[in-house]
Design a protein around this ligand. Sequence first.
Ligand code: SF4
Ligand code: SF4
Length: 313
Amino acid sequence: MDREYLLEITREFSEKSPTNYLSPPATSPEELRALEERFHENNFFKHNMPQGGDFDALNKDKTEEYIGMRFFLPPILAIGRADDPGFDELKRPEAIGPHFKKPIEWLPEAKRVISLFLPFTERVIESNTKEPDRPSWEWLFTRVDGQQHLLATAALVQQALTEAGYQAVVPQTDDRYLMRTAPQQEEIPIPVWSSNWSERHVAFVTGLGTFGKHTNFISKKGCCGRLISIITDWEADPDVKDYVGRFDYCADCGACYRACPGGALAPEGKNKPACSAFLRKISPQYAPRYGCGKCQSGLPCSTRCFPKRSIGK
Ligand code: SF4
Ligand code: SF4
């Protein structure tokens, strides 16, 4: 087991797995059953329809021009130490809060955390730059249907680790994972717009990149993509971070503030209720899919980062 092997299997999976391409609508009862089974794999439903819903609804809006489109490019990864003091910092209220579960709270024998960043394809990014205040269908399919591939990629790494004799936990597909996206979800015992395992914060600690002023994550391949992570007792060589500050990969250009159609971004941070209100306003026409992404696509940091310093150079 080494990092090159993980990159190799995830690269191959990215090319060949049907989960990385928009499937045609299911028509026969057998196809519908198979589709339903796939949508229940790896907690997909829990993440995409937290308030319940009919999987069949995701079967619609797949018109000819989108079928077969690819969601993600092969991932990049970073490996961090499970005992990095950065994870303690995330327990502080000004970071995530005490509800954040450190790696050892998911896996008592945890030694490393592997963060993966799956960049969106050029088609997905480009499509979302056409309209200033409406998401493209490519963006929405990638955000929602594509999450199946994100979760499946983590499951692939988890399986590779367990087959090599290591323990591995994927918090996002673990039953202990909590995410609260609306104030009315009072039964979820964490603050609203939060989770007990934040992939962005975790990726910052592992060495995969930093935050941008849009509050999204900026990897070496930019901010257009999705994150997922695996906690393991495999003692791989950890990455050496080439940044110190939270915004070291951000050019501080302000383009994301101007691009936000919901008026939710400003130098002092993100107004989460304003972002949420904008998403609620536009969502009915795309339901059950949702998304916006104007604070990711068409920006200087969409596909690259702007490192401020290099440690040790
Ligand atoms: S658009 Fe500019 S200010 Fe906003 S996150 Fe990207 S680099 Fe930073
Ligand atoms: S902050 Fe919200 S409303 Fe603004 S661009 Fe990003 S997703 Fe859209």
